[in-house]
Design a binder for this molecule. Structure first.
Ligand code: NAD
Length: 495
């Protein structure tokens, strides 16, 4: 199963090919980056980072290739290339899933079935969109107008590690479809699948100079991209403080557009009056809260039971505990594993410290937590109750396999618990009465509201956050294409 993955790993690591740029793969000219697997804490290999000089050269090449226009002007050709790339991504599912498994602890079977498929779907969806894009035309006595959507130019993408290949797909598919050139910096915790993707892009016919992948840390290549005077739009998924820094660096440099997806504290509301099968709901919550070890910006990190019936609440709590205890934690490459490790020691230390603080202040862990391996960075699925508001867990994004159980007696209190948060990315409501479900959707203010089952929508639905969960652009849907386009008016005077 993983032989092809091991070959893909060796091809990148053994020759230290951490940079894909004009002319193909090369070695970084920056410091060495140790790649540590969260599964066992072992060194996977060392790859040298790109230097700032290599970033400058990549941006210059991207600009020159964009200006040459054959890519930007030929939407039909781009659509054809993106469809070929989608097929190659599916053909390389095992290699990609292996790289994300070994480097980021992603569950191999989930990556093959979901993340890789999502990239292919996004490439095909974006190809379809661009095939139909001919702008808007106007006509009148004042003249004749053409409102065009044109590519912005050079896109910088700074990626997270939690869904390495899927987040790359969310950015690359619309940005390339729109006709831009791109510089991608994967997270230093998950750099390899992006490099493998670059080799597929080359095979698919993405022209030399259009796509660049640079291994590097946030502090050097990431910060340099934020300040770069010739990157026109920067798209980012990650933490709030880093996202905010890009707004500052945009102001200090060339006023590049900045599109930010900054995570959340999603709630999963159970409207007890209209919720039938608590076991089925709890099982859905376990997937929403613990999938990808809770390292998901839409993870259900709070479960809000709405209702006054104490006996119903006890039944629901037992179902939730049972669902958490049924989650299988283990080797991401073993069939049947639900969740693997958390990304690194820093994340593990933070999760542990936040839970310890909450417990010291009176919170209670409800489930019997699973045994986890002692090497690598692991945290067991955890359900916690009574988290004080004045704790880190009471305020922050845990980004780990943990959910807190809350209870309100009124729907309005539950709405306030979501809308009063600085985060506004996503939430789920379980409510089997259609009219009441509409009531919830009229009041809850988040970017994505899932009803009667956790979901982030599809490649056709826009994804992004309200309030401090995001800034400006959207991933997915036709809205993502617009994030990488400018509007231009051509006005032809009557003769
Ligand atoms: P991060 O924001 O530090 O890293 C995300 C990306 O930003 C990486 O590519 C990183 O190299 C880059 N980066 C880091 N510092 C930078 C800087 N100063 N300038 C430019 N680029 C920089 O996130 P993290 O440390 O990997 O994770 C910390 C927290 O971020 C998580 O606990 C979670 O709350 C949040 N996060 C959210 C998402 C999401 O999907 N919204 C994804 C990953 C992390």
């Amino acid at each position: 199963m993983t032989d092809t993955g091991k070959q893909a790993l060796a091809a990148l690591i053994d020759s230290d090919l951490g940079v894909y740029t004009t002319g193909g793969f090369t070695t970084g000219e920056g410091p060495g980056l140790d790649l540590i697997s969260p599964i066992d804490g072992e060194l996977i290999g060392t790859v040298r980072e790109a230097s700032e000089g290599q970033l400058d050269a990549a941006v210059a090449s991207a600009r020159a290739t964009f200006n040459e226009r054959s890519w930007a002007d030929d939407g039909a050709h781009r659509a054809e290339v993106l469809r070929r790339l989608a097929d190659l991504v599916v053909d390389n599912a095992e290699q990609i899933a292996y790289l994300d498994g070994i480097e980021a602890g992603k569950v191999f079977a989930d990556s093959v079935a979901e993340d890789v498929e999502d990239v292919a779907a996004n490439l095909r969806f974006s190809a379809d969109l661009i095939s139909r894009d001919d702008g808007r035309h106007l006509q009148g006595p004042e003249g004749w107008g053409w409102v065009r959507r044109i590519p912005i130019g050079v896109v910088g993408a700074i990626l997270p590690w939690n869904y390495p290949i899927a987040m790359l797909g969310w950015k690359v598919a619309p940005a390339l479809a729109a006709g831009n050139a791109m510089i991608i910096k994967p997270s230093e915790d998950s750099t390899l699948s992006a490099l493998h993707f670059a080799s597929l892009a080359e095979q698919a016919g993405v022209p030399d100079g259009i796509l660049h992948v640079l291994t590097g840390t946030g502090a050097n290549i990431g910060a340099a991209m934020g300040l770069h005077p010739d990157i026109d739009v920067l798209t980012f998924t990650g933490s709030g403080p880093v996202g905010r820094s890009f707004l500052e660096s945009s102001a200090k440099s060339n006023l590049k557009k900045v599109s930010l997806e900054l995570g959340g504290r999603a709630a999963y509301i159970v409207d007890a009056e209209h919720a039938g099968d608590f076991d089925a709901i709890a099982s859905d919550i376990a997937g929403a809260a613990f999938g990808t070890s809770g390292q998901n910006c839409t993870a259900a990190s709070r479960v809000v039971f709405v209702g006054d019936d104490d006996a119903a609440f006890e039944r629901f709590r037992s179902a939730l505990v049972a669902a958490a205890e049924a989650v299988t934690v283990g080797d991401p490459f073993t069939d049947g594993t639900d969740i693997g490790p958390v990304i690194n020691a820093k994340a593990l230390d933070r999760i542990t410290a936040w839970v310890d603080e909450a417990v010291n202040k009176g919170a209670r862990i409800l489930n019997t937590t699973a045994e986890v391996p002692t090497s690598g960075t692991w945290y067991p699925p955890t359900v916690i109750e009574g988290v004080p508001a004045d704790s880190e867990l009471g305020r922050g994004e845990i980004f780990g396999p943990l959910t807190q159980l809350l209870r309100t007696s009124s729907r309005d209190e539950a709405v306030a618990a979501i809308n009063d948060e600085p985060y506004g990315l996503a939430s789920t409501v379980w409510c089997e009465d259609l009219g009441t479900a509409k009531w919830w959707s009229d009041r809850i203010r988040v970017g994505t509201l899932a009803v009667n089952g956790y979901s982030e929508g599809t490649v056709a639905t826009p994804f992004g956050g309200l309030r401090q969960s995001g800034f400006w652009g959207r991933d997915n849907g036709p809205e993502a294409l617009e994030t990488y386009q400018e509007t231009m008016t051509v006005w032809i005077a009557p003769q």
